[in-house]
Write a protein that binds this ligand. Sequence first.
Ligand SMILES: Cc1cc2nc3c(=O)[nH]c(=O)nc-3n(C[C@H](O)[C@H](O)[C@H](O)COP(=O)(O)OP(=O)(O)OC[C@H]3O[C@@H](n4cnc5c(N)ncnc54)[C@H](O)[C@@H]3O)c2cc1C
Length: 376
Amino acid sequence: MRFPPTRDTAIERLESFLPNAAKYAKLRNFDFGPAERSNVSGLSPYLRTRLITEDEVSRAVLGRFAASSVDKFLQEVAWRTYWKGWLEMRPQVWDRYLSDLDGLDRSDDYDAAIAGRTGIDCFDSWARELVEHGYLHNHTRMWFASIWVFTLRLPWQLGADFFMRHLLDGDPASNTLSWRWVAGLHTKGKHYLARASNIAKYTDGRFNPTGQLDESAGPLPQDHEFERMPLELQDFSPPDGRIGHLVLADDLAPPPCEVMSTGVATECLREAAQPVHNFLRGALEDTRQRYGGVALTGDLGEAVQAWVADEKLDAIVVARPAVGPWRQVLDNLEAGVPVHPFVREWDRKLWPSATAGFFKLRKQLPKFFDSLAVSG
Ligand SMILES: Cc1cc2nc3c(=O)[nH]c(=O)nc-3n(C[C@H](O)[C@H](O)[C@H](O)COP(=O)(O)OP(=O)(O)OC[C@H]3O[C@@H](n4cnc5c(N)ncnc54)[C@H](O)[C@@H]3O)c2cc1C
């Protein structure tokens, strides 16, 4: 599967996946290999950057099928939202992950794991697939993380970092929290153990690591209690005067109000492999061209101030970055005019239910998707 970084590709991919959406529940867990991926959408790099939004994808699916026949797919789309909302309320988990990462040594076993030289065929093949394609199937991400933590006994933070460096869809919330979930740190006492029989079944016999996996390990011991913080969801109303839309790599979708000018920050802010940079740079350039925007290069504060002056802007609106590297940059930005961050309706409606487990948010989904189908 290749991921050209354009909105047109995201729309084409959605169109080609739509006929399969009703079969998703039955087939989604199979990883038939990189050449055959029509059972899943392959939309994550586009959803992650919001080259296409969760709202657009859900409405397209609901425009074609009754909600009851595509509920599994819609729920998966909502998992991304759940993880983001959960981390919004516990940003310390992200900070802690970064500081843990700083203090960890990269051993020979770690080098062998990321180079695909462990001797466990499936794992080695997935390590190479990740580096080559910038993508792994969801079930495979679960198996990979589980083998990393429970069979290879490597620190989960280093595995999460390996994913973040190579996944085109690398996302602080989905990635960090999924690794924690596999390790047994998200839901107390519950961890995910990869089993050879499950891998053989869902890779359609491509792999069978019988006897190579630790199938009886317990969850990792709890690390910390992370206190839940209140969600910041101020109402947004468009400021007066000439408004500019500042676009950061976190969210490339249009703003919720009319604007006079768009400034696109060309920085990716990810310590990642070249294909990730190529994807993000391409996505930013595609966005700049679609909006007829100005590229903001170099020091962000200076570039923004020059753009504000050139376009005689009175205020800036910007999608508030989720917890991750962009959040701090925006918090420290000196733009010379007031900056008005907004949180999209999708997140505003669902994040408040991400206080504990996914179940609470899932219970809201039928009503939520009904309202989308009606208004769509
Ligand atoms: C250890 C681990 C690390 C992960 N890291 C990331 C990451 O960095 N970035 C990322 O976007 N996803 C991550 N995921 C979630 C998931 O694996 C990918 O979103 C999914 O595989 C993307 O493929 P797809 O678009 O074909 O998904 P589909 O199966 O077609 O699902 C449609 C959409 O639903 C969302 N989705 C599906 N499953 C999940 C899930 N389990 N969690 C969150 N959202 C989901 C995605 O937006 C996806 O594009 C991770 C999962 C695990 C187990």
